[in-house]
Design a protein around this ligand. Structure first.
Ligand SMILES: [Zn+2]
Ligand SMILES: [Zn+2]
Length: 168
């Protein structure tokens, strides 16, 4: 019988600057044709993967869990830690927030948008969007951001910048 080394068959996915763990997990899974359940099995983390994709980070990922993920995705634990809020910073998992201007520059979800005490985007001094500016539907979890547009009315995320208000 042929033994299969799963690790050696996986495609590595480069983490992006400021990218949230949820967004990264979605990209990694799609590059490797894995479902959430499939990645849960490969890492031995089971349903924890699905919780992380929903940005449910309470209980916070342990070193051991991150090592299990690191072994599969081929990225070190410290770099994975940058996809999470730093120690002492709370996170809100809902609604998923967006700075459409940031997204227009670099199309991925940033972990800092979900920091609990954030009033808006620090870079652009704009309020973060909690839903689509056209149809008001909530944004999907970042793991499911593929086309960079509203799943219901198909308005591109970057276009929503026109409706973003400044802070204060
Ligand atoms: Zn921004
Ligand atoms: Zn919409």
């Amino acid at each position: 019988m042929e033994t299969v080394d799963n690790r050696s068959r996986l495609i590595e996915v480069e983490p992006l600057e400021g990218e949230s763990l949820s967004h990264f997990l979605g990209r990694f899974r799609r590059a490797n044709y894995l479902t959430t359940t499939g990645l849960g099995k490969l890492t031995g983390l089971g349903a924890v993967i699905s919780r992380w994709e929903k940005l449910l980070l309470n209980p916070f990922p342990t070193r051991q869990e991150l090592e299990a993920l690191a072994n599969v995705v081929g990225i070190d634990v410290e770099r994975l830690g940058e996809m999470l809020p730093p120690k002492g910073v709370g996170i809100k998992h809902r609604p998923i927030l967006l700075c459409a201007v940031c997204y227009g520059e670099f199309p991925w979800h940033r972990i800092e948008w979900q920091f609990k005490d954030r009033l808006g985007c620090d870079r652009h001094q704009l309020r973060l969007l909690p839903n689509c500016t056209n149809c008001q539907r909530l944004f999907p979890i970042p793991a499911d951001w593929v086309q960079g547009e509203c799943q219901h009315c198909f308005l591109p995320f970057a276009t929503m910048a026109k409706r973003q208000k400044s802070i204060g």
